[in-house]
Design a protein around this ligand. Structure first.
Ligand code: ADP
Ligand code: ZN
Length: 618
């Protein structure tokens, strides 16, 4: 790093030792006045990439951010470091706006957050004309992509920044990795000459698991009981109805769960999101309407109760877990119905043919990931052209390698059953024929007389349904989603029917259990002897948070470091990662006192120690 003032800011203000390697290069470039494009996964540390240069360079850094709701927390986080940060948005009174404008004109603002539509208003631009600007940071830059589901029309107008302020460097940032989006960002924001910094998209602390064992809700509950007692997390469902049902059901099971979807009024949504951010251990059950830009660092799990429509969506949604770098779980359960629903949603959409083809391809890739029997992380990263040389050892398939079986003969039976019954029936009917069910409907079509009737009685109905799902996922059967879900044979099925190719399939574990072996959860990162202290530090953090998210005081990572080091002086406290000058002054004494007190009674048994402590503080 050539700019030592940047390092000094990192250490004294943020309380961190050193920049991550990419951060250092990016920050150097921006300080030098270059335009840059940053592709970095969630939790990679994008914020520092523009905050630090904005502090080093003269003037105000303008941060374009799509979500007004998040600006308050972003600004609060900077204020907690004693920096001069502000935002301007439509939720403010005219008076508050005027006051911020005065501060800005007086050159007192280090960082100003503003939504794109507000920035592009001529009054705002006229205001900026009168200010010294250090940089423009365009956060969530993928919002400029018309292909993505976060598209924001106003982002397209941002290329004027370049024309109007050619001397002010721009830094565009996103956690979306695919090539197409990247190209769109470059084109639409006029970043052709920008230096690109592309990090690995791996999120090593997230454990991926995808299950197709059926009974999604029950297995989810077992998974939560086993790994996430009292943790905050997100559960994604495809429909609003399922969101409402699942949230209510979780509450009945004794969990703190709230629903979130576009059908709820704005006030309820806001209230639920705010509980999630401020209270410990809330589970949000949501459609994809929830999440973009959710900055909560300690989301410990993300569950999908339905298949997402693309790997991009899966990556982005699961990526909301573990932003703080601590272990987190991404757990998904899906079934045949998901495939059918998604395909029919796509078919019914009014997108043009080209769009539909792209969407179709994306869904097929997602299915491929779900049905995979090798390392999920390698496949996930490969999709983004990011190579992981070795299997990860932190996904369900690595931890619990699935066995495969020679499914050639069974597949032939399943395929020919579809063929012989005229390719007019859905999976449930075909399964009934295969197992030779005694049913009026089957007799009425004369299918009880057919050669495929009962040839599958050696397997259970569930096994056949699973096999059908796998055949559909592999593209050997296609589902007529417009009609009644009837399945028909595709061109690629023919070699199997003719016995020219064999088929290996994953054994589906119909056993219970949440997939991956027990993992250490957050509390277990703290040695058992230190749990008491950890809980006390968390309690103190909440009590000092003044109704704002507790992590604004100190992050989990900072508290864990504190538990390890047990600092008992200001000097020792300032060595803790995440304790900068301002927070040391503001909170240092309270935490030091708690650690000393804890240490004094460390040898006693907990209950006695607590009584003694109460006695002493009386
Ligand atoms: P992103 O915006 O890329 O998702 P953030 O900017 O929120 O990531 O950073 C993620 C976490 O990592 C934050 O808690 C942040 O304070 C921390 N962090 C960032 N850079 C460093 C660093 N150089 N050293 C230690 N922690 C860091
Ligand atoms: Zn793996």
């Amino acid at each position: 790093m050539k700019h030592t003032d940047a390092l000094d800011i990192l250490q004294t203000i943020y309380g961190y030792d050193k920049f991550r390697p990419q951060q250092a290069r990016i920050i150097d470039a921006v300080i030098d006045g270059k335009d840059v494009l940053v592709l970095m996964p969630t939790g990679g540390g994008k914020s520092l990439c523009y905050q630090v240069p904005a502090l080093v360079r003269e003037g105000t850094g303008i941060v374009v951010s799509p979500l007004i709701a998040l600006m308050q927390d972003q600004v609060d986080a900077l204020k907690a470091l004693n920096l001069n940060a502000a935002f301007i948005n439509s939720s403010m009174s005219a008076q508050a706006v005027a006051q911020t404008e005065d501060e800005l004109l007086a050159g007192n603002v280090d960082l100003l957050y503003v939504a794109p539509e507000r920035l592009l208003m001529s009054s705002t631009l006229n205001l900026l004309d009168q200010c010294k600007l250090s940089l423009f940071a365009i956060d969530e830059a993928h919002c400029v992509s018309q292909w993505g589901h976060d598209f924001r029309k106003d982002y397209l107008g941002l290329n004027i920044l370049h024309e109007r302020y050619p001397m002010v460097p721009r830094i565009a940032l996103t956690a979306t990795a695919d090539q197409r989006t990247r190209a769109e960002i470059v084109a639409n924001l006029a970043l052709d000459n920008a230096e690109q910094f592309i990090s690995s998209f791996d999120r090593p602390n997230i454990r991926y698991a995808i299950s197709d064992a059926g009974n999604a809700k029950e297995s989810m509950l077992r998974f939560l009981d086993e790994h996430h007692d009292g943790d905050a997390g997100i559960v994604y469902c495809l429909s609003r109805r399922k969101v409402d049902e699942t949230a209510a059901w979780l509450c009945k099971q004794g969990r703190k769960a709230v629903p979130y979807h576009a059908g709820l009024d704005a006030q309820t949504r806001e209230a639920h999101q705010s509980r999630f951010l401020r209270e410990d251990g809330i589970i949000v059950v949501a459609t994809i309407a929830f999440g973009m830009g959710i900055d909560k660092p300690d989301v410990r799990f993300v569950v999908h109760l339905n298949l997402p429509k693309s790997i991009e969506a899966y990556y982005q949604e699961t990526g909301r877990a573990g932003r703080d770098g601590q272990p987190a779980n991404a757990w998904m359960s899906y079934g045949l119905q998901d495939v059918i629903n998604l395909r029919s949603m796509m078919q019914d959409s009014d997108a043009d043919e080209q769009h539909k083809r792209v969407e179709h391809h994306k869904l097929e890739s997602m299915l491929g990931l779900a049905e995979l029997s090798t390392c999920r992380r390698q496949a996930l990263l490969a999709y983004f052209d990011d190579e992981l040389p070795k299997p990860c050892d932190n996904c369900d398939n690595c931890l619990n390698p699935p066995s495969t079986w020679d499914a050639t003969e069974a597949a032939q039976k399943a395929l020919s059953c579809a063929y012989r019954t005229g390719q007019r029936f859905g999976v449930n009917y075909l399964v009934d024929v295969l197992i030779g069910k005694d049913a009026e409907r089957i007799r009425s079509f004369g299918h009880d007389k057919q050669s495929t009737f009962g040839i599958g009685s050696d397997r259970s109905a569930t096994e056949w349904r699973t096999l059908y799902r796998q055949l559909i996922a592999k593209g050997l059967l296609s589902v007529d989603v417009g009609g009644h879900g009837s399945v028909s044979i595709t061109e690629s099925a023919r070699p199997f029917l003719r016995g020219e190719r064999t088929l290996e399939l994953r054994h589906i574990k119909t056993s219970k259990g949440g997939g991956a072996k027990k993992k250490r959860n957050k509390a277990e990162q703290v040695a058992p002897a230190d749990r008491g202290l950890w809980e006390k530090l968390r309690g103190l953090r909440t009590s000092l948070s003044e109704g704002k998210p507790a992590y604004l005081v100190f992050s989990d990572a900072t508290l864990i470091d504190m538990v390890d080091r047990k600092p008992m002086s200001h000097e020792q406290m300032s060595d803790v990662s995440g304790v900068g000058k301002h927070k040391l002054e503001k909170y240092g004494d309270a935490f030091i006192e708690l650690i000393r007190e804890h240490d004094m009674f460390a040898d006693m048994d907990d209950e006695v120690a607590q009584t003694e402590a109460d006695y002493l503080t009386d």
